[in-house]
Design a protein around this ligand. Sequence first.
Ligand SMILES: NC(=O)c1ccc[n+]([C@@H]2O[C@H](COP(=O)([O-])OP(=O)(O)OC[C@H]3O[C@@H](n4cnc5c(N)ncnc54)[C@H](OP(=O)(O)O)[C@@H]3O)[C@@H](O)[C@H]2O)c1
Length: 309
Amino acid sequence: MSASTSASASTPAPTPAVSVLGLGMMGSALAAALLKAGYRTTVWNRSAAKTGPLVAQGALPADSAAAAVAASPLVIVCLTTYDNVHQVLDHADLTDLTDLPDLTGKTIVNVTNGTPAQAREFATAATQCGAAYIDGGIMAVPQMIGVPDSGAYILYSGDEQAYQTHRATLAAMAEPQWTGTDPGFAALQDVALLTGMYGMMIGTMQAFALVRSAGIPAEEFAERLAAWVGAMLASVPPDAAAIDAGEHLTDVSSLAVNQAAFPNLLRTYADQGLSTELFEPFQKLLDRAVAEGHASDGLSRLADLIQKP
Ligand SMILES: NC(=O)c1ccc[n+]([C@@H]2O[C@H](COP(=O)([O-])OP(=O)(O)OC[C@H]3O[C@@H](n4cnc5c(N)ncnc54)[C@H](OP(=O)(O)O)[C@@H]3O)[C@@H](O)[C@H]2O)c1
């Protein structure tokens, strides 16, 4: 190692500036993680009281959203909805491009939950204001943010050059995972991951309701349920391969077998006095799959049938 390399390795990195707009549960966690990592962090929240704990940790309070944006080249936005983001950043209807703020030289990282279409629309508007735009999807709860090895990560998409420039700063919040230059991709994959999560949760809530209806405590059943759901995850890679190949014929568990057995689930729920509303739509999809000639295919065929022509 040369002397100059050794010297630069031991010199502390300069403290880049970052602003965080929105200090709810998640925004506060993001700002705290940036402060902990040594970044000069300016914070703004609609209700000013929420800046207090972060200022106590060294954050700089901004009087307005505009002042927070002006304070740093990197601006992280974490509000409840995209409508809130529009209200805060635009002060105007986004379709009125004559009244947009000048964001020249800024990188906006918007980690507010939204749809791919909202992300793309906002990317266009931000770019027209002179900013580089990165959209983000947070795959964590606030308690996991800034905690090494917590499993937290944030999906990003949009301006790749800006992402590479700020990647180290973003890594202070949670592991950054790049999904592509289409600004909607982070939101799309966020929604896809949440879809898998909600599917699992819907099933576990129905299972708990069922065992409890027979007097079995949920906690007594939890270990068996978690092991079973975990074991079923082994079907994810082969299902993915079947879906990409368009080859759904199976010798494991056909749609015909599942269609025939599924009414037993619905009947059991009804017999035990439970609602069937969560699972009835799945019976309809199985019925359609068989009616359309896919009786010998595996469940992977359903991904095709869900797709509208
Ligand atoms: N919490 C989680 O576990 C989690 C996980 C992943 C993603 N997310 C996403 O992160 C985002 C923030 O979630 P959160 O948990 O931090 O929510 P939260 O605690 O309810 O905070 C909401 C934030 O949005 C601000 N806000 C709402 N409406 C506003 C408006 N019209 N103008 C200006 N500011 C407004 C609030 O300001 P005030 O304080 O003034 O009300 C607050 O700063 C959401 O999109 C959420 O889906 C959250």
